[in-house]
Ligand binder design. Structure first.
Ligand code: PMP
Length: 395
């Protein structure tokens, strides 16, 4: 059977509009199709391949670890060099207050861990999160998500969740002395790149301090250089109590983490029977890849040109059909009137060798989140294709 048929017959389907491009190989910003066609990847596997596909340093780190060991024991039992070195390298990118790392396999798992830790540490049961937030698909992560359409089918979800409006100062009063944590994306990704200002994050920090609430920042889509700083919260000059990260963290390998200080994290240990356990979390091969990824971001200074590259996209993507471009670094939403206008443009882009898509909760905006390594000439080529695709679909 052809792979396309196998895909439709035997792989669980998750969308009405699968892109269904058969990829044979990926390298840097390019995807190479089974039919020999070359694509510029403008979505990086949804914010994952920040350093490009199959970065040689990541491949090298993976290969070196393959020669040593794969899985040894549930997380946190043996001393595994890639895990401890990764934890140290992560903490070195963060303010002093964030010095203790719990390694997991994915973003959703990082969120689950953070929610449990917040309840455990504060002995409170209520969590505040934001309307239109996306924190993952597992039950806890979905419960703090902010899109009712996605949640409805799975109710009852976790009790004690309050959704507030992202970026709205007035709604911060919903955080009270009964709130264990607020979990919030530093930039809302799946809502179509929604940005709150610095003043909001400062007031949020203050409100959390007043009420003894833990401020948990979801940096799963924004971390690892995506917005032009290693972490997006560094634009806002605040220090969260906890962050959750994944996606770009593994340079293409599955890994995530929730990170707090030693005192907060210590709450997981007070009674081991009530601990938080994972078999594969911080898999040594993924941890080695992640350590190499951090080094690449630092050594190649990948955050430095992010703003310049984003500005080039914005300069080249001017067209009457484009209503608006929202961005924080290379995390961009190019807004069209409707999904019906956007979808054929995306299809034409793919035909012409540029891969892009839309957002979970914002289907009239084109997602642009290329590897940070994209060059100005690749940006020019991709934008020329997008403009041509818009033109060829104009009624
Ligand atoms: N939080 C945010 C902000 C995300 O963008 C995502 C994934 N799109 C997640 C959490 C969930 O991560 P994962 O798919 O790795 O579980």
């Amino acid at each position: 059977m052809q792979n396309r048929q196998l895909f439709l017959s035997h792989l669980a389907q998750t969308t009405d509009f699968p892109l269904m491009i058969e990829i044979e190989r990926a390298e840097g910003v390019y995807l190479h199709g089974a039919d020999g066609k070359r694509y510029i990847d403008l979505i990086s596997g949804i914010g994952v391949s920040n350093i490009g596909h199959r970065h040689p340093k990541v491949i090298q780190a993976i290969q070196a670890q393959l020669d040593k060991y794969l899985h040894l024991m549930v997380y946190g039992e043996y001393i595994q060099t890639p895990q401890v070195q990764l934890a140290k390298a992560l903490c070195d990118t963060l303010p002093a207050g964030l010095d203790n790392v719990y390694l997991v396999n994915s973003g959703s798992e990082a969120v689950e861990g953070a929610l449990k830790l917040a309840k455990r540490h504060t002995n409170r049961r209520e969590i505040v999160s934001c309307i239109n937030a996306y924190h993952g698909s597992s039950h806890g992560a979905l419960s703090v998500g902010g899109n009712e359409i996605f949640k409805r089918a799975y109710r009852p979800l976790l009790p004690g969740i309050k959704n507030i409006k992202f970026g709205d100062l007035k709604e911060l009063v919903s955080i009270t002395k009964g709130t264990a944590a607020i979990i919030i994306e530093t930039v809302q990704g799946e809502a179509g790149i929604r940005i709150a200002d610095k003043e909001y994050f400062h007031s949020l920090r203050e409100r959390c301090d007043e009420t003894g609430t833990l401020l948990v920042l979801d940096e799963i889509q924004t971390g690892f250089g995506r917005t032009g700083k290693f972490w997006a919260f560094q634009h806002d000059d605040i220090v969260p109590d906890m962050i959750v990260c994944a996606k770009g963290m593994g340079g293409g390998m599955p890994i995530g983490a929730f990170i707090a200080n030693k005192d907060i994290m210590g709450s997981l240990k007070t009674n081991p029977l009530l601990g938080h356990i994972t078999t594969f979390g911080g898999h040594p091969v993924s941890a080695a890849a992640s350590l190499a990824t951090i080094r690449v971001i630092q050594e190649e200074q990948l955050t430095e040109k992010v703003e310049e590259k984003a500005a080039l996209f914005k300069k080249l993507l001017i067209h009457p059909e484009i209503k608006y471009i929202r961005n924080k670094g290379l995390m961009m939403a190019v807004e069209f009137e409707t999904f019906e206008v956007l979808k054929p443009i995306i299809d034409t882009c793919i035909d012409m060798g540029v891969v892009t898509d839309w957002f979970l909760f914002c289907d009239n905006a084109m997602r642009i989140a290329p590897p940070l390594t994209i060059t100005p000439s690749q940006i020019e080529e991709a934008c020329a294709v997008i403009i041509q695709a818009i033109e060829s679909n104009r009624k």
